[in-house]
Ligand binder design. Structure first.
Ligand code: PHE
Ligand code: FE
Length: 295
């Protein structure tokens, strides 16, 4: 089997890495050309199920007052909490709710297959789980990050439509050579986005929602900047892959995110070519700071 090369800056890749991708991409020929594969359920050990159970238990206890309402409402739809769920079981509910499905992949996948799956309402979920010594932090997204972090909001119709639009937009960005810019938007919304709700500021980004440490930090700490989402600003801003974020972007609703990202990005990509990148940790002229953190 040919070596799989992860090329370019995939939005699913946590930064550009020179390390080989983690995960078994050979699988005795079971990986399809679109990178999907059967969820290797029989391969999970009792220890794997136990890690999932412990991660789920710790993280779900942290959510009240920090995670957005839509996420908290949908989380139980993942089903079993005490062991790794079977994707078919989740799909029974998810497909009926929004027409989305989760599909297993062996790990990070290149940008074009990733965008193509999203554009077809299929969300790629890495099927392996972190090792016990990685309980608090794992560099690559594993099944806990992908399922717990990303899948609950796919039950929300507006967010679900936004993810599909993002996939289609990714294919367009690829053709225009703008994947790097678009991946920053992904990072600052789908992975690390905050949302202003009636009850206060909350997280909706999967990277925050699946992190025990960053959840309270992102929502409550006085250290990071919190800026009302502005597409050009987010797409100019570099991001941190090895520490908590220095800057978070805040939306008012998923409808606002959907509407804001609906127009053709071609002129935005052209404008971005003439603008300098911004470091992750600065305030820039024109930034609208999101309202102060509420107690
Ligand atoms: N509307 C964007 C475009 O035309 C695509 C997109 C949709 C990007 C949703 C992000 C989120 O390129
Ligand atoms: Fe992710």
């Amino acid at each position: 089997m040919a070596e799989i090369v992860i090329q370019g800056a995939s939005p699913a890749v946590y930064g550009q890495s020179t390390r080989p991708p983690r995960g078994d991409y050979a699988r005795g020929g079971q990986v399809n050309t679109d990178y999907t594969c059967p969820q290797n359920y029989a391969a999970y050990t009792a220890a794997d199920h136990d890690i999932y159970r412990r991660l789920y238990e710790r993280q779900s206890a942290l959510l009240p007052g920090l995670a957005c309402d839509e996420f908290i409402t949908a989380l139980p739809l993942l089903g079993v909490k005490t062991q790794i769920p079977r994707f078919e079981k989740i799909n029974d509910r998810l497909y009926r709710a929004t027409g989305w499905e989760v599909v297993a992949v062996p790990g990070l996948i290149p940008e074009v297959p990733f965008f193509t799956l999203l554009a077809n309402r299929k969300f790629p979920v890495t099927d392996w789980i972190r090792r016990p010594d990685e309980f608090d932090y794992v560099v690559e997204p594993d099944i806990f990050h992908d399922l717990f972090g990303h899948v609950p909001l796919l039950f929300n119709p507006v967010f679900a439509d936004h993810m599909q639009a993002y996939g289609a937009g990714g294919l367009k960005a690829h053709a225009l050579g703008a994947c790097e810019q678009l991946s920053r938007l992904y990072w600052y919304t789908i992975e690390f986005g905050l949302i202003q709700q009636k009850s206060g500021l909350r997280a909706y980004g999967a990277g925050i929602l699946s992190s025990a440490g960053e959840l309270a930090y992102a929502v409550k700490s006085s250290v990071p900047h919190r800026i009302a989402l502005n597409l050009l600003r987010a797409m100019r801003t570099r991001y941190k892959i090895d520490s908590y974020q220095k800057t978070y972007f805040v939306i008012d609703s998923f409808q606002q995110l959907f509407d804001m990202t609906a127009p053709d990005f071609t002129p935005l990509y052209a404008a971005l070519q003439r603008l300098t990148e911004l470091p992750a940790d600065v305030q820039a002229p024109g930034d609208v700071m999101a309202s102060a953190v509420m107690a």
